[in-house]
Write a protein that binds this ligand. Sequence first.
Ligand SMILES: [Zn+2]
Length: 186
Amino acid sequence: MSWESVNKKISCPCGKGTYTETRSDNDWGQFRTDWTMDCVSCSNRYSLYAFTYYRHAMPCEGYRWIDKYKLEHAISLQNKVKSIQKNVISLAYERYIDVLFKYFESSNKKEIWDVLNSKIDSFKSLSSFYQSTSKWSKVEYLGTIFCDDYLDAMFNIIQVSDNEIEDLRKKAIEFSQEAKEILNGN
Ligand SMILES: [Zn+2]
């Protein structure tokens, strides 16, 4: 399997040099793009941030040269967000799984799905709910509601508000916003 590459020189952020974009593809129709900084002063200052985005549902490769320290900061913020989210989920689970379980104590699967479907935007279909939960006990599949996307709905269902958890989630949103701004080049 051999790769064929085409190089293109592009003006670097400081404008005094270049970086090289290398587009490669192989006999199997795979392709990839790499970017290397040629300019010495830019390579001291910037790191490459490469990402995938979707245009008309097709994955596209994006990239940006970002100040090294800002990029490091953004990545550490993203890591903080992940650890806060993990903490939030385990706190919520620890504190409220019993409440949720009690709430649905006498409900069958269909009744549980009805409630979840009415509270959670674009919740899975009834048939895929049955399918994905077929091997799980009630407490196991109720436990899956303790994920970041569903937490608001879950608190709404059991009518709970938890300041500590809310504060943590606000912090996570702030950090992730700040990281996004750096990564989007603002
Ligand atoms: Zn430069």
